[in-house]
Design a binder for this molecule. Sequence first.
Ligand code: ADP
Length: 857
Amino acid sequence: MKKKLLIFTLFNFCLVFTLFAQTNQVKSRNEVISAYIYLLSKNTKWPNEKNLQKFTISVLEDGHAISDILRDMTKGLKLKNRPIEIVNIESINKLYLKNTQVVFVSQSFRDYLDEVDRKIGDGCILLISENAVDMKKSMINLYEDIKYRINIEINLNNILNHELEVNEKILLTGGSRIGVSKLYNSSIETIKEQEKKFREYQNLNERLQKDLQWKNKKIASLQTEINQKRKEIEKKKKEYKKTLTLIEKKEKLIKEKVKNIEKKEKKLKNLQENYEEMKVRLREQKKLFELKQNEVTKAKENLTKYSLLLEGKLQKIENLDATIKEQESMIKKGMQIREEQANKIQKQKLVLFLLAVIAVLLLLFMISFYRNKNLLEKLNKELASAKDEAEYANKSKSMFLANMSHELRTPLNAILGFSELLLQDERLSKEYKKTINIIYSSGSFLLTLINDILDISRIEARKIVIEEEIVNIKNIVEDVVALLRNKAESKSLDLEIIYKTVIPECIKIDSKKVRQILLNCIGNAIKYSHKGKITVSLSVEDDYINIMVADEGVGIAQENLMTIFEPFKQVGDASEATGTGLGLTITKQFIEAMGGKIKVESELGKGSLFICKLPYIACSDNEVPINLVNRYTKKVIGLTANSKKLKVMIVEDKETNVLLLRKIMEVLNFNIVVANNGEEAVELFQSFQPDLIWMDRRMPKMDGEAAIRKIRMLKGGRDVVIIALTASVLNDEKYRLVEAGANECASKPYKIQEIYQIMKRYFDLEYIYQKESEREEEQKDFSYDILKVEMEKLDETLIDELYNSALLLNQEDMQSIIEKIAMQNSNLSRMLQQIVDNLDFAEIMNVVEEIRGQRSV
Ligand code: ADP
């Protein structure tokens, strides 16, 4: 048995030797031992392998030769995938067996084997020793009989107790009682074959390793690529998220906008429906209007024909009437005188008769009769000359009136015309324009006054005509008060307006007469007051408007209250009487002609109250009050290229009037010459051959009428357009000028626009007007931007209301909205009022649209 074992051991040793000699060429004893320890550890199957973190092999030796070799050999190797730790122990006391899997006891510690074995106890340890003495303990005994050979023993008990399974293959190396017989039979060839296979596997393994390395590299590169792509994806994800939130936001906005649009669409639909209704109504009204217009034009034509005829006839009849009346009164007076005379004669006859009875004085009777007859004739003669004188005086009065008004109108033409031109001049500041405006208004009123002097003569002849206009009565009162305020202030008098009831914004009334009534009453109140205040109050009662002018002035004595309305009657202190005594007469006559009444209450020294009760007509829905003095008409700034360049002759003796006409035509670049009288005009006409002549009527040397007649006889004189200009208000004078050959006759003072319109009627002229926007800026004392800023403060409903009433041109609604706004923002209401007064509803709509645009964003 021993022999067998020996052979077997030898064989194993040779095998171990061969195995390691081939690769490491280990020849030393220690190396063999180390290889053996490693192989044994490797081929043992540990029952609690799974819990192991590492394999610890403790080497008990004198020095550290085996430990070093074993550490070297196992460097980088792993035992069942766990790291191997080699612990070198040089003293038995230092042997610490916990967590140790293999203990090798070298020869130098063979005496301690029992102690080591005891220490191991039941621990699951593979005990290997170089010198196994007790076979119970040892499993293997290598070269046990050779002193310098290696003796290795494994603790068999330990293996059995702890069910350590030792690979059969390793048992071959040391020999074992377990399965030895089985293995013994297997041939070396098989082992060799196995070894060969092992090599092949190793090669395969190497190749696979290389392949694996290459694949790993590829995987790594793929990994980096994947990482890059991942990063890119992350980036894109972030971007996507961002765009998603943006899209969501936009979606919200779009939804809101859609809602807004829908709202607007609804509103628009409503407005459109309103608009359509209005359109239909308008069309109907237009048709009606056209029908009526046709009727009116026909009637007008007939009327003008008849009125021309009638006027002539009336004039004659009136003249005849007046003459007849005068003659009648003369005759009556004559008759009276005659009757008186007849009575006298009768008496004298009686005396004569008595004398005749006495029969003495027949001759005397004859003489007396002869005398009386002479007296009668004389009286008759006196009567006739008195009548002539009266007629002459009346004629002179008319002539005087006509002449005076002409003389006054001529300079007024220059005053009004030039101030109108100055008002259009952009170079002038607002301050200047205000002053010029006062000149213009004063001039206008002066003109009205002149007309009123004529009115008095018309009143006397019972010729008052009532001309109703659509107006805002408040504007008229405010205008007159503004005009007289300076005067009142110069006398330290307070002047205020009070509206006692709601005053309609639009009424139909003869505004010119109302103005004059106001001017007279307020003017008197100022004139006849030295202290206190003057109150102009307005109230409406049924179809009457009451204008009351109260003052705290000198007052009127009770007995004079009735006489103040008589012509040329001035009462009270003579020093106060600065007027003509005509004012109240005109006022009363006007009021009565309008169907109203005037009343006066007064107390001497305390003041007076004039109450004028005037009937008025309410406006219908579509009527809008006209602007009283439209000083800002569209301004002509030139002519288009294809308009005719005219040759114009101005025939006028007054330099200011020439200047004014020249100024008006200056922008048109016409060729203009001036003749100072009719004679010069006739002379100049032949050489200049004008297209148009402005012909003044009254001039020295040769007047307009004669000049027109002469020019019409000259060569080319038939074709020239002659416009006569006259300050006279007498119609027959105008007829005479037209009869003489004037194309038409314009009255002085004329409006600038009138001159442009007359020229356009006769010639192919196309004017270039100043842009509306530029004019608008000039007219208003606020800018578009300020208006917008103020309107932005309004709430949505007010803005909507404003827009709708502007769209429907509903002035009444607009007015009530402006009143509402006035309570919150007086500045804005003032601006809106100006816009509405100019009928510029489009501007309000523009601002609202801009504000809405901003709000929806
Ligand atoms: P005038 O004022 O031009 O003299 P009016 O016809 O206007 O003529 O007035 C007639 C007269 O009536 C005046 O002269 C004045 O004596 C008197 N009168 C008119 N208004 C007033 C008034 N408010 N206060 C005192 N007296 C007045």
